[in-house]
Design a protein around this ligand. Structure first.
Ligand SMILES: Cc1cc2nc3c(=O)[nH]c(=O)nc-3n(C[C@H](O)[C@H](O)[C@H](O)COP(=O)(O)O)c2cc1C
Length: 164
């Protein structure tokens, strides 16, 4: 799929089939994440790929804005060292993963990590070292149904040439 097709097709998917995702594809997703740009080239990230059903269930319970993780085939937790640009770096990696999902036909949804009260509990559940910050949880699974991307603000609404 062309890059622009992936960008146009990427959409948050929260309902999944029960079919598992092959390990090689999960690895591809993390590989996409680690190739993201990173401030000062520090590559501060760590990725925890969760496949264990019991852990997915617990993640869905703890991360209450991502309760659908309990029925996901997998979830990638994106952590970052606490660098000056940890949020930008972790977010860039997260978006790379989402675009790779769109390319592979895998349904995914960004579930907030940073700033949520549940970050500590998620970090403890996944055994993350205490100096790492949870940037996002990416819920994964084969989509139950096809969903079109909807964007309310069109190109003409957001683009400005030279100045406002
Ligand atoms: C930083 C960030 C945090 C998000 N957190 C959640 C979340 O906790 N739960 C959720 O269901 N969706 C979450 N989303 C997904 C957004 O709701 C979604 O991207 C938005 O509704 C636009 O829909 P689209 O992704 O289909 O274009 C998050 C997205 C971003 C960028």
């Amino acid at each position: 799929m062309e890059t622009f097709d992936s960008i146009s097709k990427r959409v948050s998917i929260r309902e999944y089939k029960s079919k598992p995702i092959e390990k090689t594809l999960l690895e591809k997703l993390v590989d996409a994440g680690r190739r993201a740009p990173t401030a000062r080239a520090v590559e501060p990230w760590e990725f925890v790929v969760v496949e264990n059903k019991e852990t997915l269930k617990k993640l869905g319970e703890i991360a209450n804005t991502g309760s659908f993780i309990k029925d996901a085939a997998g979830c990638i937790a994106v952590f970052s060292k606490d660098t000056k640009y940890y949020l930008e770096d972790g977010s860039a990696a997260t978006e790379n993963i989402l675009l790779a999902c769109a390319d592979l036909g895998i349904g995914a949804c960004w579930v907030a990590g940073d700033k949520k009260p549940y970050v500590g509990e998620v970090s403890r559940l996944l055994g993350a070292p205490s100096d790492l910050r949870l940037v996002s949880l990416v819920s994964l699974g084969w989509p139950k149904e096809k969903t079109e991307q909807v964007k309310n603000r069109k190109l003409k609404d957001v683009i400005h040439w030279d100045k406002f």
